[in-house]
Design a binder for this molecule. Structure first.
Ligand code: NAD
Ligand code: MG
Length: 382
């Protein structure tokens, strides 16, 4: 179903702002917006799109936002965001919040029967099958915005799902691919991604390869538990592939520009003109492929381990990763400490295999608290 009206959660971020450009280009009505802290940009966006319902995570910014938007419903608080989404007249929720904070909004969108255009991969990582089951129960489509998953979705079209042999999930390899040692890497080095311009958290995740790990878990649940192989592809032109039982492979290609998957998540089953550039194959010359180094990039291996363990383990992996990335960005730990913090948190977790949404919410809190305590202990032992 093509989106006519949308609520964009996380509208001030990298995905959110690009989504608004798509809405402007194609006349998609924007009826709700939310962000974490950036009240000035949120107010600007609301005015530009004539939005009457907004939400801000930072309670301290509510009064400022109300002054800028006197004719709007301005809310704060986690439950209020879920409520605003639930009652919004939008036919689609685009969840572009970063981190597990995107989970409750996604659940609320599904419960209210809105199509879910999902950029927030942490939702699927944390709650996996529960989200897919909830969507099915409410007759809701979960449409991936992540470029790899959008690619896989497109590679599956017109084929028999039962004839899929495996998914080939491509990875750029990040800024430190092929580097001898990962010691001494600073946040400013890790924030330079070779191909994509994204929010800070996902840029660090791309440098550690945790992003690919999260995407493996995401693909596993979105596409019915198929075998997945990660393939480093430096140019980020092939966005992923599906191999069938006859060894034929379908691939989706394009320039590394999120406009394409964001737009498709809103316009599908239709394709429309986009502002993304064309691929110039002659200029590209070659496309290269490599095995990922899971020993050096431990985070990818930890994600495979969490998926294998199942239950609440992927949620714990994700929660500990959020704390580790934040600590790294603030110069509190080194780059190679990120997988250590995650692994120690995972080792301490009593996994719940037959889990509920409430377990996911509580184990997300547990993992973050445990990782924070570990950080304090490391600090004291320095
Ligand atoms: P970003 O940091 O640029 O933007 C995040 C948005 O979420 C902002 O609007 C921010 O205000 C809001 N936010 C942050 N914390 C919040 C909280 N606690 N409560 C409510 N709102 C909060 O991030 P991004 O790069 O746009 O990524 C968003 C999501 O999309 C992530 O899950 C990421 O993994 C996924 N994704 C991003 C890209 C990309 O190119 N940026 C590609 C694929 C997937
Ligand atoms: Mg991706």
């Amino acid at each position: 179903m093509q989106t006519k009206s949308v609520y964009i959660a996380g509208s001030t971020g990298s995905i959110g702002t690009q989504a608004l450009s798509v809405c402007k280009k194609h006349g998609i009505r924007v009826v709700g917006l939310s962000c974490g802290k950036n009240f000035r940009l949120l107010a600007e966006q609301a005015k530009l799109f004539g939005v009457k319902k907004v939400h801000i995570g930072d309670a301290g910014a509510v009064d400022n936002l109300k002054k800028l938007l006197p004719d709007c419903e301005v809310l704060t608080g986690e439950d209020a965001l879920a409520e605003q989404i639930y009652h919004s007249e939008a036919d689609t929720l685009l969840d572009a919040i970063v981190g597990s904070a995107g989970l409750k909004p996604a659940v609320s969108g599904i419960r209210s029967g809105k199509k879910l255009a999902l950029a927030n991969k942490e939702t699927i990582v944390c709650a996996g099958q529960l989200i897919m089951d909830l969507a099915e129960e409410h007759g809701v489509t979960v449409f991936p915005v992540d470029s790899e998953h959008s690619a896989i979705f497109q590679c599956l079209l017109g084929n028999n799902d039962r004839e899929v042999k495996r998914i080939l999930l491509t990875a750029s390899g990040g800024p430190f691919f092929g580097r001898e040692s990962l010691d001494g890497i600073r946040a400013e080095d890790a924030l330079k991604h070779p191909n994509w311009d994204m929010g800070q958290k996902i840029t660090i995740d791309s440098a550690t390869l945790m992003n690919k790990g999260l995407e493996v878990i995401e693909a596993y649940h979105l596409f019915g538990h198929k075998p997945i192989k990660v393939l480093v592809h430096r140019e980020s032109i092939i966005h992923s592939m599906v191999e069938y039982v006859d060894n034929a492979i379908m691939a989706q290609l394009g320039t590394p520009d999120m406009t394409i998957p964001i737009q498709l998540s809103l316009t599908y089953p239709n394709r429309m003109e986009s502002d993304a550039g064309e691929v110039d194959f002659v200029k590209l010359g070659t496309l290269s492929f490599f095995e990922p180094d899971v020993e050096k990039f431990r985070c990818l291996q930890l994600a495979f381990d969490a998926l294998k363990t199942g239950g609440t383990m992927p949620c714990v992996l994700n929660g500990a990763n959020e704390i580790a990335v934040d600590a790294f960005l603030h110069g509190k730990i080194g780059f190679t400490d990120i997988p250590k913090l995650i692994e120690q948190t995972m080792n301490a977790h009593n996994v719940i295999l037959d889990y509920t949404l409430d377990d996911v919410f509580s184990q997300d809190i547990w993992a973050k608290e445990y990782a924070r305590n570990l950080l304090s202990a490391w600090e004291q032992n320095k």
